[in-house]
Design a protein around this ligand. Structure first.
Ligand code: SF4
Length: 388
């Protein structure tokens, strides 16, 4: 069974490293964009010639970062054009780019549209200047609103805004002030994530100073459920734990990850994954690239395969991973799909592990689909742990 293929392109540069950030992002005075573009193209050629990816249809391309909106539009165009020469594009292929307010104006948005980008994801995070400062973002509220308007003026009709809640001393009222204002702007899609303190970040090193200002478990749940209710009331359906969209606007690329589809990742620190069905044991393979941008470029330009590590996931791990990722989706996991992909049905494979959650109504079967209930949402990680 061949599943649709996704392409992720990582742009690792940022103007400033935010203290909470654990993405592979690097501050460089003047990135060597020409070299980075050549490295991306060289790596793309490499993967397009591998039997597991050759000749397949691409359903989406996603430029993530870092700050992809720092890249010249010519780089984005060159990757899109090369991809279209190496792969078949599905009808209406989704091509997304992450943009940060503070790096954007209308002419840059127009440039990206001209390069083939048809979906934008703007990293707004908050419309509260005090909180934006705390996050160490380089933009303020007015720039965030201006970026959204400029994107519309440039012709984008599919825009996501990224938001964060659970910030220090943030009340529900403060959060709703941002959320309501964002709703008024009318984006097609919203991603609302709770701030998490990731290991090895500056924030983690200073954790003791902020711990008491962060929401406790009860308040965090209130943020989650009140957000879902508020958004549902104004037409944004939840299709994943933290993602909401107007009808027809869910992010096909990210949904593809949760559907355990194959993906190629190119760029510093990117990773790729494919199913090992034909000739394999039903497991999956994954690679992760060199994280440092300069070392990545050296290796991609010399060998076309700038991989830092390769991993083979045995069948059992791939099954657990597919179920865990699928359970993030509001529609849950289709048993028919799972059986076709893994050669065993969900109940036979995971009946013992799932039973306590089903009897507590944290998971339910609805027709062919297994999904989390509202009651089960806060337990998604604990459910996942039991699967591996
Ligand atoms: S802009 Fe985004 S990717 Fe860059 S440092 Fe801040 S959080 Fe990380």
């Amino acid at each position: 069974m061949i599943n649709p293929l996704l392409l992720y392109v990582h742009i690792p540069y940022c103007i400033h490293k935010c203290h909470y950030c654990d993405f592979n992002s690097h501050v460089r005075g003047q990135p060597d964009w020409q070299q980075y573009e050549q490295a991306l193209l060289s790596e793309l050629n490499h993967w397009a010639n591998q039997p597991q990816f050759a000749g397949r249809e691409l359903q989406s391309i996603f430029f993530g970062g870092g700050t992809p909106s720092l890249a010249p539009a010519s780089l984005i165009k060159s990757v899109v054009v090369r991809a279209s020469g190496l792969f078949r594009f599905c009808d209406g292929i989704e091509i997304s780019l992450e943009a940060n307010p503070g790096t954007m104006d209308q002419s840059r948005f127009s440039g990206f549209r001209g390069a083939g980008v048809n979906r934008l994801s703007i990293g707004v995070q908050s419309l509260d200047d005090t909180l934006l400062k705390w996050l160490e973002r380089i933009h303020n509220r007015d720039q965030a609103v201006a970026a959204f308007k400029a994107a519309r003026e440039a012709g984008f009709t599919n825009i996501n805004l990224d938001l964060m809640y659970g910030l220090p001393d943030q009340t529900l009222e403060q959060w709703f002030k941002t959320l309501d204002e964002v709703i008024t702007l009318g984006p097609e899609h919203l991603s609302c994530y709770q701030l998490t303190v990731e290991p090895h970040t500056k924030l983690a090193a200073n954790f003791e100073k902020v711990a008491a200002q962060l929401p406790d478990d009860d308040l965090a749940l209130e943020f989650l459920f009140e957000t879902r209710e508020r958004l549902a009331g104004v037409g944004y359906g939840s299709y994943e734990v933290s993602n909401f969209a107007r009808k027809g606007f869910k992010c096909r690329h990210n949904d593809g990850y949760w559907l355990y589809r194959d993906y190629i990742g190119i760029g510093a620190g990117a990773s790729g994954k494919w199913d090992l069905e034909s000739g394999g044991d039903g497991g999956a393979a994954r690679y992760t690239n060199i994280r440092n941008p300069e070392k990545y470029c050296d290796s991609a330009l010399k060998e076309g395969r700038p991989v830092n590590s390769d991993e083979k996931l045995p069948k059992g791990t791939a099954e657990a991973e597919a179920l865990w990722q699928g359970l993030r989706r509001t529609d849950g996991v289709s048993n028919r799909w799972f059986t076709a992909r893994h050669g065993t049905d969900i109940q036979t494979r995971f009946g013992k592990e799932l039973e306590p959650w089903l009897s507590q109504k944290k998971l339910v079967w609805e027709g062919d689909s297994l999904h989390l209930t509202d009651k089960g949402l806060p337990f998604a990680d604990s459910i996942a742990e039991g699967l591996f």
